[in-house]
Design a protein around this ligand. Structure first.
Ligand code: BG6
Ligand code: MG
Length: 215
């Protein structure tokens, strides 16, 4: 299906910036404290899903169960470690091509939105100084259902005033690609084409789109 892109909706973690590595380090530290290992392959399952669901997956990998109060404490500790990493971030960590691509499509009249599961998105955007590149920002603080539910993307399209069928989602997570398709949107997978095999197309990063569009 060929679509006219009237809006582009970007995931944050793993598309705009490599926060996925900080999520991984913080979850791994938690796993190690509880005596089990947590690999980068395991981490793929956490990409795009909420903090609470990420902890559930982590505990399933470790074969551990805890009550809700203990789980809330664990998630809070992981988030403190994660935020320590975020506080050291700056614009130099934005992936190549991101700012140029966003500027380029905005000049052409294409609307832009952030569609992230992260409740830390406002802090990350502030550290990177890129908030002004998005017409609309929807993050984990405004949605109740995590990806692969389409809520975050449908809300972004609604706030932009663009029909879902005219939106393209840029995502690095399987759960995010599924969410976008369930929203009726086109998808560009960012990252590994084996992992993102359900995406309409897969690119290593937004930089490649800049290169393609000048050829
Ligand atoms: C997503 C990440 O963007 O945000 C997930 O891909 C993460 O790995 C989720 O669990 C929630 O993030 P946060 O910052 O609210 O813990
Ligand atoms: Mg992501």
């Amino acid at each position: 299906m060929i679509r006219e892109m009237r809006a582009a909706i970007f995931d944050l973690d793993g598309v705009i910036v490599d926060t996925a590595k900080y999520h991984y380090l913080a979850w791994k530290r938690l796993a190690n404290e509880y005596g089990f290992d947590f690999t980068e392959a395991d981490n793929e399952r956490l990409k795009g899903v909420s903090r609470v669901q990420s902890l559930e997956i982590l505990l399933e990998i470790g074969g551990l169960t805890f009550d809700n109060a203990a789980k809330a404490q664990m998630a809070a500790r992981k988030n403190e470690w994660y935020i320590d990493y975020i506080h050291h971030m700056d614009a130099s960590e934005i992936f190549p091509g991101v700012i140029e691509y966003l500027q380029r499509i905005r000049v052409r009249g294409i609307k832009t939105a952030l569609g992230s599961a992260s409740r830390n998105a406002p802090l990350i955007l502030e550290r990177l100084g890129v908030s002004a590149l998005f017409d609309v920002i929807v993050d984990g603080n405004q949605v109740t259902k995590a990806k692969p539910d389409p809520e975050v993307f449908l809300r972004a399209a609604d706030e932009l005033g663009i029909p879902p069928a005219s939106c393209i989602v840029f995502e690095d997570a399987e759960a995010g690609i599924e969410a976008a398709h369930r929203a009726g949107m086109g998808t560009v997978g960012i990252g590994n084409s084996y992992i993102l095999k359900e995406a309409d197309i897969v690119l290593p990063g937004l930089f490649e789109l800049i290169v393609i569009s000048v050829c």
